[in-house]
Design a protein around this ligand. Sequence first.
Ligand code: PNW
Length: 482
Amino acid sequence: STEFDPTLEGSLPPDFHWGFATAAAQIEGAWNRDGRGPSIWDTFCHSGGNIKDNTTVDDACMSYDLIEEDVARMKSYGINAYRFSLSWSRIIPLGGKDDPVNEAGIAYYSKLVDRLLENGITPFLTLYHWDLPESLYRRYGGMLNKARYTLDFMRYARVCFESFGDRVKYWITYNEPVLSARAGYAEGRHAPGHTSATEVWIVGHTEIVSHARVCAMYKQEFQPTQKGHIMITLSGDWCEPWDQDDPLDLEATKRAMDFDIGWFADPLYGKGECDYPASMRAQLGDRLPCFTAEEQRLIRGSSEFYGMNSYTSHFIKHRDGPPEENDAKGNIVRMDTNKDGKERGTESDTPWLRTAPWGWAKLLRWIWDRYQLPIYITENGTTAKGELGWRPNSNDDILEDPHRIDYYKSYVAEVAKASQEGIVIKSYLAWSLLDNFEWALGYTARFGVTWVDFEDPKRTRYTKRSALFLGEIFRHLIAQKR
Ligand code: PNW
């Protein structure tokens, strides 16, 4: 039995969406098949030395070949929603607005959408989950060139709305723009691997402006007939001061949340003028671009909902002295305990991630109070110790993952409690359906509710207990339609 809090029964509305999320580069494989062009992640993997286990996304989970099996699996888990991303370079191999569309790419996603709908699963489509077409990066620096990039992104979005918008009603422009700009252009951990003090802010600006233009286009040209919705998904975890009584830690904590969340959320959803947080201007000065009046009008209100990815919580200490040149986090240090030795949560298999639902309780209320719009939780999940070494004994083995079950149980309970209090939460999409390519960590971090055998050329999948557990929880929590 799930032993789930009986007072939370029926606390989520009948139209609540729950399920799993993935991203193209992390699961599809087939990197050069059926006309697909390379993305900056293909290049980043192939150039060597960037990925912890020296792997690539060439084959990944082979989801390109295993649609039928994967959708059947989703159905058996009982989900009613699935979030996945489109590979831009599978749809337009060279990426640009005048470049040809790859019909095989359209056909692949079209079939996936159809299979999902046939099985009662609502698709949520992310346009951009970090895999920029390599050709746009080579031609003009990709997102470093706002004007050219935006036109290309709009054309790509248009092709997607035209091809799938008759059936797809939930669109996400960008996944975690903060993470991709920061890790890709300031910290060098992600493609394209730059460590610049200026580029990260230019790339962020391109992301928010191009997001807003695509939203405007969707609302004007597609929404009236297609009747779907569009949003952006932001990452961000709750932060608390390391020393409650140190004004410098209090300030650093606010700064951490400004740099992690406010950077995009304030211009998009804030109450004052559409601009970046003041603490960012104070630290970055001229390096932070300015919005034109037209951009401000487009950005504010562009995203219809708050798309939220969050995994953990942090204690924040101020740093003494000036920030590092390419600092993009607000001159802070993340700590695992506070001054009194309180741990932020139970360890997972991934250093940055601990089970810390106490912070989620606060984060959901903070977002609701500050930005006041419905929340779609589009990612939440964890790795669990010991899964790397697990080997299946037979085809019907189930991997027991109590750590992940405890994690989900505690996080979903916060969703249910917040919902009972009147905070409007519309979805919970766990990361991830499958163990997959975890960016710079390669295949050494398993986030899935399905164990994938990466040594097996067939990428055989095995169910983890948590996959079945989530279904039980949501059957308990979602109220019946009356
Ligand atoms: C998100 N961090 O990335 C992404 O949207 C997914 O593609 C990814 O697989 C998932 O979360 C799990 O990591 C993150 O270092 C990557 O704080 C790193 C961090 C946070 C989110």
